[in-house]
Design a protein around this ligand. Structure first.
Ligand SMILES: N[C@@H](Cc1ccccc1)C(=O)O
Length: 508
């Protein structure tokens, strides 16, 4: 019989009498464990070995756990200080004992919350007592920490610590549990027979190399077969963040649909963020409740004078016979105030006004995928900052059909075919629509964007005399639909779920 070199090595290292772990075989055969696992599976298909699997739970101490293993648990330090202060005789002021214990910061709370639970004494109205019969050397948690720090990454069964103590240490964040699959290999009878008859080593090649290709040797060598089921080492390499992947993909799609990208400041004057959008200055979204104002610098230097005058005129008086202005105060200083943009529609007003890249002639399509900032209450669908997919199309005679058709075409590229529209109100669009999509796992309808056709009152001061349809869509919400994430906080921010980010696929 002929077998590849690594399989022969594994056969020779294994035994017919007792199962040997992959790690032990790897050491004996001087091969990486992944290679041994791969070879073992090959040998199993040949009927030469049996591979048995079991899941071992191992525990390791966290950094905090390791610290306590060397420097004793905070509650024991508190007990020792309490004894020292005579708290076994009569209650002592807590502050005095804590001071003497040398405990600091969060350790104080940790000590206090475990002290009474473990029967070291009582804590009542600022005084502490120590039970003279308590015995720190019999503290199950302290002893377990010591046992575990000696047996690094020990399988739970192998250390002499009871399950309740392990649970308790786990709750305290002092250890980490991990599961690992242990594979053991045992020779079959057939393998024993074959080994006695002698097994030859077949030269096989595991990888095509440039040398093999240029020399032409690839034609003669024998290639090792792939075993796609073999376990390989898990490799957590760097990876493009899910949202970044999503944003790149959105940009590709929009560029494919003929859009050009806009760019502009994150901090901008309220003039560009709101006034140019015919947003009245007393609109609730313009109060400090919603907006992150800039303190330094607080106001923009430059604004195009003519445009300011035109915007003010329309705010005050409206436009033409059918339009009413707001007849409310309009203050230029208020318009100059700087804030983190609450939407990226500030980029659209800059571009439409002709001040960003010069006059834009219809037909034209522009987009951005950029951050916007809002003082929202954090929840499963809201963060303080998010990415908006801003966009607009400037052309003659646009209608709601064009708007809806554009969304259908856009979302279809992500496999989303069931968007729904709901009539809405924005001061700057008429008509306006909110967009909704169905979450793939919860089935809930979630709002994914806001859109409409810009009003005359907005376009006339900007100097645009044809139709413009526009939207702001939420990148995170789109990502929730494509990745199945149920909570936006899993995607980014301090609570992001690393496991999810490692494994989530952006599908489209
Ligand atoms: N600015 C709107 C989105 C929008 C842009 C353009 C037109 C209509 C709506 C928002 O943030 O919700």
């Amino acid at each position: 019989m002929q077998l590849p070199e690594q399989q022969v090595a594994v056969l020779e290292a294994a035994s017919a009498d007792e199962a040997t772990s992959v790690d032990a075989l790897a050491e004996r055969a001087d091969l990486p464990p992944e290679t041994v696992t791969g070879a073992a599976f090959e040998l199993e298909t040949e009927g030469l070995v049996a591979v048995e699997e079991r899941v071992d739970e191992t525990v390791t101490l966290t950094d905090e756990g390791a610290d306590y293993a060397t420097a004793t648990l905070p509650e024991i330090r508190l007990y020792e200080a309490a004894l020292e202060a005579g708290a076994d005789e009569e209650p002592v002021q807590m502050g005095q004992v804590i001071g003497a214990s040398g405990l600091e910061g969060p350790q104080v709370d940790i000590a206090l919350s475990n002290y009474a639970r473990k029967g070291y004494g009582t804590i009542d109205s600022g005084e502490i007592t120590a039970d003279p019969d308590a015995d720190p050397s019999a503290d199950a948690e302290a002893n377990a920490l010591e046992a575990l720090s000696d047996a690094d990454e020990a399988p739970v069964d192998a250390v002499d610590v009871d399950a309740d103590t392990i649970d308790q240490l786990d709750r305290r964040g002092l250890l980490e549990r991990r599961e690992s699959t242990v594979r053991e290999v045992i020779l079959t009878e057939r393998a024993v027979t074959e080994l006695m008859a002698g097994i030859e080593t077949a030269e096989t090649v595991g990888q095509v190399t440039p040398e093999l290709l240029t020399s032409g040797d690839w034609e003669d060598v024998e290639f090792a077969e792939y075993n796609v089921e073999a376990d390989a080492e898990e490799f957590e390499g760097g990876k493009v963040h899910v949202l970044r992947q999503m944003s790149e993909r959105v940009k590709d799609v929009l560029v494919g649909m003929g859009f050009q990208e806009m760019d502009g400041p994150h901090v901008d004057a309220d003039f560009w963020i709101n006034d140019c959008l015919f947003m009245p200055q007393d609109h609730p979204a313009r109060t400090h409740w919603d907006r992150f104002a800039m303190e330094q610098p607080s106001h923009i230097d430059e604004l195009p004078e003519d445009l300011v005058a035109d915007v003010e005129r329309v705010h005050r008086e409206g436009l033409g016979e059918d339009s009413e202005g707001y007849h409310s105060p309009w203050d230029e200083d208020f318009a100059r105030a700087l804030a983190l943009r609450g939407h990226t529609t500030s980029l659209s007003t800059r571009y439409l006004s002709g001040t960003q890249i010069g006059e834009i002639e219809p037909p034209a399509r522009f987009f951005s995928v950029e951050k916007a900032y809002r003082n929202d209450t954090l929840d499963a669908t809201h963060l303080l900052e998010f990415y908006q997919i801003e966009g607009w199309v400037m052309a003659e005679d646009l209608s709601v059909r064009d708007l809806m058709g554009t969304f259908e075409e856009f979302y279809a590229q992500f496999g989303i075919e069931d968007i729904q529209f709901k009539p809405h109100y924005n001061p700057y669009t008429e008509p306006s629509f909110e967009l909704f999509g169905t979450h793939p796992t919860t089935g809930e309808l979630i709002e994914i964007g806001n859109s409409g056709i810009f009003r005359e009152e907005m376009l006339e001061p900007l100097g645009v005399d044809c139709d413009v349809m526009a939207w702001g869509l939420a990148l995170e919400r789109l990502a929730m639909l494509t990745t199945g994430a149920e909570d936006i906080r899993d995607l980014h921010g301090t609570l992001a779920d690393l496991e999810f980010l490692r494994n989530a696929e952006v599908t489209y």
